[in-house]
Each structure stands twice: as structure tokens, then as C-alpha cells.
Design a protein around this ligand. Structure first.
Ligand SMILES: *Cc1c(COP(=O)(O)O)cnc(C)c1O
Length: 391
């Protein structure tokens, strides 16, 4: 008999009833160190007082009106994002994949309005992940996500990751945009070198096409800059955001330049819940904390500490781990043992990590975890690795 919850996930035998900072707590009081952060969502940990206050005070006043009316919290968050980034304008969604839907629509409409109606193709990359909507799975293109769901949305050209020549050869008069994650998340924490991202921006400029960045996982302070593309000294035309921006409340956004967004006029897009007062009040509180030089400097310092200790962990368990990779507090342990065995041994050692493709274990902790929690995470991962060696 089918379970009452549609069984699309393999779930770990863990049930949490409370969260506190970097910790998740089960009903029996068992505390686990959360180095997964709800897959880069709980950017400021669980039950962060500033976020809790933003959400509960808004909840006392107003939950939902409609985008038929002005929403001051939405306006405030849009202003903060525009002030802090390349963007001139923002549309709010409730999830990452909805941001992908709009980014694709926006790029196509841009060319349609220019009279270039056949310029509909979007170049994407192997190992990418853009969510589970029709556009999201079509953009990523992997058989794992698309099989059985055809006909998939057309107009995506899939190329190998990090191959500049392949990109240059694939650009035609049908190319509307290039879409990529500056650091692939689900694909196994695979950062694009800064020079490659710069070169891709160059190719977009030479050919007049749009650069769309999916910063849903790597954005909002995760890599130690507010957005990961800042490391390469470039800006996109369109950017997808979600996960960390809501700190655990469902919230996403599409940021764009005035030019890239020029086709999205009245009536061309909408959302019932996107930009609702609750989500945007929380988003404002997240931005007020994360988008400051002091906070980002601390992310970089802690990232350095965690990475250094992870290198030590890899060195002491050469049969379990191969190497450390990633950027900021978006780190991956490339494993020699099965990554799922490492994740499961971590559960036994009371530390939560997240598997990714390419036999990688991801660490996406709250950005404000403490130095002591970093030390504790390494001790617990060491216990997990020792257990695998003994098996
Ligand atoms: C999580 C994720 C998405 C999808 O976001 P949802 O909120 O699950 O729809 C898209 N792109 C990237 C890079 C992600 O990490």
C-alpha cells in the first residue's frame, strides 16, 4: 500500500522536534550537530532570535494579501537586494525551482521582444541542478531527473562542465543565454574556477547573450561573499536565489538587470504567495545580518578553519576520504568509501552531513556556527571515519 506521504524520498531514521542554532534535537533529547543546514537553507541556524522575531511580529499583523496590493516587506527586501547586488529589479518566488522557471521565461522574452524570436536556446551543464519543475529538470537534463517525464521542455543545450571550447562552439544565433551554478551543489560541490566564469562572461558579452547564474545554493553568504560570482569579479544578467535567503522560511527570488528584465511587463508573470509579508520580513532580517562586511569576514575566517581541519581529517583517513573541495562554507569531502556510508556513520556519531553526486559528502553548516562547533564536527566526523575503517 502506498504510504500516505508520497514516497519520493529515502528518509534517514531521524525525526527532529526542535532546533537550536547549529543543533537538531530528537524527541528523546538526542542532539545532533547540523553540518547540513537543511541543505544550505538554515543559513543562520535554527530558531535564530532575529529571524524568529521578524517572523512572529509579522505573523501577529498580516500573513497574506495578494500581489494585487503593495507589500511593504517585499518592497524593503527588493531594495536591500538591489542595493547589495548588480540587480536593478527583483521578483519573489517561494522556491528555487520557481526562480528557474522565471529566469528561463525572462531570457526568452528578452529576445522575443527584440524581434529575435528564434533565440530560445539556453546552454546548461552536466552535473547541474535547477530544481524539479519542468524547466528545472529540462535545464539540468540528466536522465535521473527527466526519465519518464517526457516530453521535456525543449531548448536546452547540455555541455560538459568547465569546457570553454565546448561553450564557444555551441553558441549560435539561436542561443539566448548560458545558465550555470558558480559552485555546483547537488553535482558534488564543483566550483567553477574564477577565470572560467570570467571567460564565460566574456563569451556572453562578445555574443550579446545573457548570463544566468543559479546561486540558490551558493548564494547569500555561503562562499564568503554575498554572492559567489563576486569572487570572479563579474556580474550576471539574471540570478536565481532561494534557500539561504529565507533562512528556513520558503522564499526565493529572481534578480535581474533592467535590460534583462525588460520583457517582463505587466501581466507577463505572477505568483500568489511569492513576496508574501511573512517570507519577506524574514528575508529582510537575513539580509540585515548576512550582507555586512563583518559577517562575511567571519564566514571566511570560519571557512578557513573548517577547511584546514577537514584537510587534517582527510590526511588521517586516507582510505575513507580522497580530498576536500568547495568554497567558503560550501565544502565537499570527495570520498573513497561510499559517500552514503560516511553520511550514515555520521548519523551514528551525531553529526549531520548531506550526500551529493560524484561520491561527495557535503558540509553546508549554518554560516554562524561557532569555532567550538567546527572542532566538534571534526571530532564527530573522525569518529565516523574510524568506524568505517573498522568495518
Ligand atoms: C535546491 C536548488 C534548486 C531548487 O530549489 P527548490 O527550492 O528545491 O525548488 C535549484 N538550484 C540549485 C542550485 C539548488 O541547490
Amino acid at each position: 500500500m502506498i504510504p500516505s506521504v508520497l514516497p519520493t524520498y529515502t528518509r534517514a531514521p531521524l525525526t527532529f522536534v526542535k532546533g537550536e542554532g547549529s543543533w537538531l534535537i530528537e524527541a528523546d533529547g538526542r542532539r545532533m550537530l547540523d553540518m547540513g543546514g537543511g541543505i544550505a537553507v538554515n543559513a543562520l541556524g535554527h530558531a535564530n532570535p532575529a529571524l524568529l522575531d521578524a517572523l512572529t511580529s509579522q505573523a501577529q499583523n498580516l500573513w497574506h494579501t495578494s500581489n494585487l496590493y503593495h507589500i511593504p516587506q517585499q518592497q524593503a527586501l527588493a531594495d536591500k537586494l538591489v542595493d547589495a547586488t548588480f540587480a536593478d529589479t527583483v521578483f519573489f518566488t517561494n522556491s528555487g525551482t520557481e526562480s528557474c522557471e522565471l529566469a528561463v521565461k525572462m531570457a526568452r522574452k528578452y529576445w522575443f521582444d527584440k524581434g529575435d524570436v528564434d533565440r530560445t536556446e539556453i546552454i546548461t551543464f552536466d552535473g547541474s541542478f535547477h530544481g524539479r519543475s519542468a524547466a528545472g529538470i529540462s535545464a539540468a537534463g540528466s536522465e535521473k531527473m527527466t526519465k519518464g517525464f517526457g516530453p521535456i521542455l525543449g531548448g536546452f543545450v547540455h555541455l560538459p562542465w568547465e569546457d570553454l571550447d565546448a561553450i564557444s562552439n555551441a553558441i549560435t544565433d539561436k542561443t539566448a543565454a548560458i545558465l550555470l551554478e558558480p559552485v555546483q551543489g547537488e553535482g558534488g560541490i564543483r566550483p567553477l574556477p574564477d577565470a572560467t566564469l570570467k571567460a564565460i562572461r566574456g563569451l556572453c558579452d562578445e555574443n550579446g547573450i545573457l548570463l544566468i547564474l543559479d546561486e540558490i545554493q551558493c548564494g547569500v553568504g555561503r562562499t564568503g561573499k554575498l554572492f559567489a560570482h563576486e569572487w570572479a569579479g563579474i556580474t550576471p544578467d539574471i540570478m536565481m536565489v532561494a534557500k539561504g535567503i529565507g533562512g528556513g522560511f520558503p522564499l526565493g527570488a529572481v534578480l535581474a538587470t533592467e535590460s534583462a528584465a525588460s520583457g517582463m511587463t505587466v501581466g507577463t508573470h505572477g505568483s500568489t504567495y511569492g513576496g508574501n509579508p511573512l517570507g519577506c520580513a524574514v528575508g529582510c532580517a537575513v539580509m540585515d545580518i548576512v550582507a555586512t562586511p563583518e559577517f562575511l569576514a567571519e564566514v571566511n575566517r570560519k571557512a578557513g578553519l573548517l577547511r584546514q581541519k577537514l584537510e587534517g581529517l582527510v590526511a588521517s583517513h586516507p582510505d575513507v576520504f580522497d580530498s576536500v573541495r568547495g568554497s567558503g562554507l560550501m565544502l565537499g569531502l570527495k570520498c573513497k568509501a561510499l559517500n552514503m556510508d560516511v553520511v550514515n556513520a555520521g548519523y551514528d556519531a551525531l553529526v549531520i552531513t548531506v550526500p551529493a553526486a560524484d561520491n561527495v559528502v557535503r558540509l553546508l553548516p549554518p554560516l554562524n556556527l561557532s569555532d567550538e562547533e567546527i572542532t566538534e564536527a571534526i571530532a564527530r566526523l573522525d569518529t565516523a571515519a574510524t568506524k568505517i575503517e573498522a568495518a
